[in-house]
Design a protein around this ligand. Structure first.
Ligand code: ZN
Length: 295
């Protein structure tokens, strides 16, 4: 069943292309992305030309590591088959909700939610700041580790803050480690920085080179402490198409938390930066890349 009532009908909806691929065809398509030059390599030591074992397994001639084509890659993080991954990536590219995507692919809501989290992590891992966002101590580290991160201790005023920056029609989302929610409240009080609240999200006026600072709060954030200063913030002046694009979409995400917030911000930046293109090839390439190892 589709959760039509939860979908903002003002958003463009893209019809899914006919899904005619078989499981074998889907697997071939993903294998071509995993081994772009056709040479299979050991994920542990990088040696090419492993031995073929029974059951599709491979063994490295150098370090004896036994692996298979998808070992260590994002798409191996769930039990989805290649065809289901392909369909899920298409559903994600078409901006279907989690519930709609689950129905489209023929999987449970929980499986779809987990797989879409893997897809969002895979997108984020493509960025130069992946370690900052996913490494030890970073907001997404527990999610990457599969730990139950959602219920942990609230961060309060040390909540992470992101900067939005536009350069020649492209949007960049930067984690700003030197700025916390507390700094935003301080700038609001003492330097008249305009801040607008949308539910748990705070977005500010221009700050230094950034179009805006943005953060997702939790129940420990003292929202009542915010001061209203006269005038509009730049993001809501009508001249900032990224926020016009992002705000209705953020409202649709269920269970938005400060920890998962960078997943959605990075997703929306990618969607915005590629808004005239089909995202599916980029999503599949991200899924076929290796999960980074952060010591
Ligand atoms: Zn090896």
């Amino acid at each position: 069943m589709l959760q039509a009532a939860c979908i903002d009908n003002t958003l463009p909806r893209v019809a899914l292309a006919p899904l005619s691929q078989t499981e074998d065809e889907a697997r071939e398509a993903l294998l071509a992305l995993c081994w772009p030059d056709g040479t299979k390599r050991c994920p542990r030591c990088g040696t090419g030309g492993p031995y073929q074992l029974a059951g599709g397994r491979l063994r490295c001639g150098n370090c004896r590591y036994t692996f298979h084509d998808f070992t260590g890659r994002w798409l191996n993080e769930t039990g989805l088959s290649p065809l289901k991954w392909l369909r899920l990536a298409q559903a994600f590219a078409a901006e279907l909700s989690t519930r709609e995507a689950a129905a489209q692919v023929g999987i449970s809501y929980n499986t779809a939610f987990k797989a879409l989290t893997v897809l969002r992590l895979a997108i984020l891992a493509q960025g130069a700041d992946a370690r900052q966002l996913m490494g030890p101590g970073a907001p997404l580290f527990p999610i990457l580790q599969g730990a139950r991160a959602e219920e942990d201790h609230p961060y309060g005023t040390s909540l992470p803050v992101y900067g939005l920056l536009s350069r020649s029609q492209h949007i960049f989302v930067d984690l700003l480690p030197e700025i916390t929610a507390e700094s935003v409240l301080h700038f609001n009080h003492n330097f008249h920085l305009r801040v607008v609240r949308h539910g748990s999200i705070l977005i500010t006026d221009r700050y230094k080179t950034y179009d805006s600072l943005i953060l997702c709060g939790d129940e420990s954030l003292p929202y009542h402490y915010l001061l209203r200063h006269p005038g509009q913030i730049y993001a809501e002046s009508g001249a900032y198409s990224f926020w016009d694009y992002t705000q209705p979409r953020l409202r649709q995400f269920k269970g938005l938390s400060w920890r998962r917030f960078p997943l959605y911000l990075k997703e929306l930046a990618m969607r915005y930066n590629m808004r005239q293109k089909d995202l599916t090839p980029s999503l599949l390439a991200a899924l076929c890349s290796f999960v980074p190892k952060f010591a």
